[in-house]
Design a protein around this ligand. Sequence first.
Ligand SMILES: Nc1ncnc2c1ncn2[C@@H]1O[C@H](COP(=O)(O)OP(=O)(O)OP(=O)(O)O)[C@@H](O)[C@H]1O
Length: 351
Amino acid sequence: MVADGVGKRFGETVVLQSIDLAIEPGEVIALLGPSGCGKTTLLRMIAGLSGPTSGRIAIGSDIVADAASGRQVPPEKRSIGMVFQDYALWPHMTVAGNVAFPLEMKRVPAAERKARVADALSLVGLEAYGERPPATLSGGQQQRVALARAIVSRPSVVLFDEPLSNLDRELREQLVVDIAALIRSLGLTGIYVTHDHAEAFAMADRVAVMANGRLIQVAPPEELVAAPANADVAAFLKLGLLLPSEKNGSSVVLETGGERLNAPHGFAGADGPGHLFVPRRALALTEPEAGLLHGTAVHAMFRGEDYTTRIRLSNGLDLDLAGPTRLADGARVGITFPFDAATWFPAPTRP
Ligand SMILES: Nc1ncnc2c1ncn2[C@@H]1O[C@H](COP(=O)(O)OP(=O)(O)OP(=O)(O)O)[C@@H](O)[C@H]1O
């Protein structure tokens, strides 16, 4: 699937700017971003449920949408399967009837249809449920039916629109693994929309982080965590501490609280306002006099193996840090980190 300069406007409102995204066959991409950033809009255009106002979309070798020529291939003629948040099963059909539907649309002969439906239901662990009406199944089982329906015709791309958000946490954690294993074992290409970064990390080969109708970083999960492209990505993924500050040469002064950090080797990046980013794994609690930053313990929570303490920094930010001891509420603490683990993100200069 290739999106080439894809944009979407509703009247005067620009919802997607100019999206360039190429997904390899067999690859799973998560579209991740806060509510309203345009994830569903992009997915609906790939599905053919709406058309781009600029750019074009290809699935395999077919151009399925092209704003310039007005070409818009309808959803049923695109090689796609879809799994929606609300399952979207037809209540008047049996489970097997639902799964068979995409094959009926393609006029697959009855005997082959039956075998393929049985195969798809067994892949999702529901071989015994074919004759039941969907309403008699649990939410998790209904979503498995929707998954079987999405893969039964072996489409070029399977599109997922927040498929697990109606399910409780335990079920979500189970299904995310099952879905990931299934799409990988079948070698399917997947686009998975979510606002949950744990789900995106569990599912995807690469994660496309979106904000305000733009793609801001497309990278494997490990790379996003190790090297977020900017302060927005680090903030959205909650990767650590983002300190609003002013940089002047090798020193960084925190915007509020006035603490000054003198980095022995300085930080790369332009002087002026911005954020100092310190990844969570680099942060450690220490005595107040040994701390680069200072704060007060708000409350320590026992987490089974260690304690997570919420610390209110002198600039008012809250930070949760794990440690082996229960700190008293109100205790003064220091926070330290190796300077070479920190990154300076200058404030963006927006036109
Ligand atoms: N038909 C429409 N007319 C006008 N604005 C729309 C229309 N559809 C979507 N939008 C706007 O486009 C923006 C992006 O919406 P979209 O549903 O793609 O976001 P999202 O990232 O999927 O959010 P969520 O996670 O809440 O579903 C929103 O500001 C929304 O209000």
